[in-house]
Design a protein around this ligand. Structure first.
Ligand SMILES: Cc1cc2nc3c(=O)[nH]c(=O)nc-3n(C[C@H](O)[C@H](O)[C@H](O)COP(=O)(O)O)c2cc1C
Length: 365
């Protein structure tokens, strides 16, 4: 990591500098949500309405943040989300993102629109998940997945993003007259997709397969029936369905139906280690950060991404200690309390059963 980044000592400092150096059109693209931005805002509000219980005297000198995802051992439960258009934030955007995000042994993702998959794979020093957008016919998809296979064995899993049946109205982009809908219209193939396509696509690459953009217990149940290997709870960082639910809100009911059978990744609105603690307690295996990592990329390329991820992990470790928790894998819903609008914790139901209660939802009531 270069000395130049020593001056960036907090996540807020990265965000502030990124906002100053990113050109206005790219910044609008990054920070914006769809239409009224109700989903974007709700992601944060729902997280703020969860609080972490402060347990003490638990012998917390050493904190275990390791985890396992699809049989892959990882030092940390945090990864970076797939994000398109990274060239707008760094000339070597996708490559630098993968380099920085995996430098400490972590896993990361590669966005469906990324070019030069072999270069990205060569820059990565940890496992990668490929994110697919379905932007053509089946032959187009086969061809795209062949490029993943050709890029070598860094790619350990792939997922299809399913929350993009339409390209949303990103009004910040529209105001600037920069909506990708106008510039280069995306093919409308994603609105055609059904569960039959899921059955087909998961057989097209001999890697574990997941769906990104699951937001209801109903869809999680169908996904399980279709044999997916992981579920990615996401509302695209508030960038697709307007006025949808917060992803942390959907996580609890999805964790209930999944019941630990397959791993769950979650993203959308996570900004701090404490946010990750809440998601892990509510049943996530991995927590993915989008814009927060992007600020690191814009400020310092791979070094910036690595530093942001370290700051997030530090935040997890410090707050695990202060919450009297020793292992991120062992967090349970009992770690979390739901808070009313005035900031007071709501009474627990079934408090005696909390430590053993398997129902995430009832523990949160
Ligand atoms: C600039 C940007 C580009 C994105 N591009 C993609 C993409 O190509 N594919 C995808 O599945 N999600 C994409 N997303 C959504 C992210 O994968 C993720 O769901 C979201 O950023 C998480 O929310 P957060 O930014 O609040 O952490 C993008 C998000 C941003 C901010």
């Amino acid at each position: 990591m270069t000395d130049a980044l020593l001056e960036f000592r907090t996540l807020g400092m990265f965000e502030q500098r990124a906002h100053a150096v990113i050109p206005p059109d790219a910044l609008a693209y990054a920070v914006g949500g769809s239409a009224t931005e109700a989903t974007l805002e709700r992601n944060r509000r729902a997280l703020q309405h969860l609080a972490i219980e402060q347990r003490v005297l638990m012998g917390v000198q050493s904190i275990d943040t390791s985890t396992s995802f699809l049989g892959i051992s990882l030092p940390s439960p945090i990864i970076v989300c797939p994000m398109g258009g990274m060239y707008r934030f760094h000339p070597e955007g996708d490559v630098e993102m993968a380099r920085g995000a995996t430098r400490d042994g972590g896993m990361t993702t590669v966005a469906g629109g990324a070019n030069g998959l072999d270069k990205i794979a060569a820059a990565a020093s940890g496992p990668l998940i490929f994110q697919l957008y379905w932007l053509g016919d089946r032959a187009w998809v086969t061809n795209r997945l062949q490029q993943v296979a050709d890029a070598g064995d860094r790619f350990k899993a792939f997922c299809l993003t399913v929350d993009a049946a339409a390209y949303s109205r990103r009004e910040r982009d529209i105001v600037l007259n920069l909506s990708p809908r106008r510039a280069t219209p995306l093919p409308d193939t994603q609105s055609l997709l059904t569960w039959d396509d899921v059955d087909w696509v998961r057989t097209q690459l001999p890697l574990p397969f997941g769906l990104k953009g699951i937001m209801t217990a109903a869809d999680a149940t169908i996904a399980l029936d279709h044999g997916v290997d992981f579920i990615w709870v996401s509302n695209h960082g508030g960038r697709q369905l307007d006025d949808g639910r917060a992803s942390i809100d959907a996580l609890a009911e999805i964790a209930d139906v999944v019941g630990g059978r397959i791993p769950i990744v979650v993203d959308s609105g996570f900004r701090r280690g404490t946010d990750a603690i809440k998601a892990l307690a509510l049943g996530a295996t991995l927590v993915a950060f989008g814009r927060t990592a992007l600020w690191g990329l814009a400020v310092g390329g791979a070094d910036g991404v690595q530093k942001v991820l370290r700051l997030l992990l530090d935040d997890i470790v410090i707050n695990m200690k202060l919450a009297g928790q020793r292992s991120t894998r062992a967090l349970t819903p009992a770690t979390i309390r739901r808070i009313d609008a005035s900031g007071f914790a709501l009474p627990r139901v079934q408090s005696a059963a909390l430590d053993t209660d398997h129902s995430v939802l009832s523990a949160l009531t």
